[in-house]
Design a protein around this ligand. Structure first.
Ligand SMILES: [Zn+2]
Length: 96
């Protein structure tokens, strides 16, 4: 893997440090029908089940942090936790 994962394909979870790589992937594999999302949003979206993927979570370095990707969260306390989760992810990934 080269570089930090910054961008992800919202349809299948392919990710890359380079946005154009994800864009090219979407054009080639999904006919342009998927969306580019930031990797952090992708992870948070998985956690909230905002996006649904039949595939298992990709094999990446922060696997241990995503414990319950299918758990839907609606309570305010859970939303706050989600913000902390995103903040932690950004720090861990070196994103701003
Ligand atoms: Zn894809």
């Amino acid at each position: 893997m080269s570089g930090k994962p910054r961008w992800a394909c919202s349809m299948c979870g392919m990710y890359s440090g380079r946005k154009y790589s994800v864009r090219r992937h979407i054009m080639n594999l999904h006919g342009g029908l998927s969306n580019i999302v930031s990797f952090v949003d992708y992870l948070a979206g998985r956690r909230q089940a905002t996006y649904y993927f039949p595939n298992p979570i990709p094999n990446y370095m922060m696997k241990q942090q995503v414990q319950s990707p299918t758990t839907a969260t609606t309570r305010p306390g859970e939303i706050l936790k989600d913000e902390l989760f995103r903040t932690t992810l950004r720090k861990r990934l070196g994103l701003r």
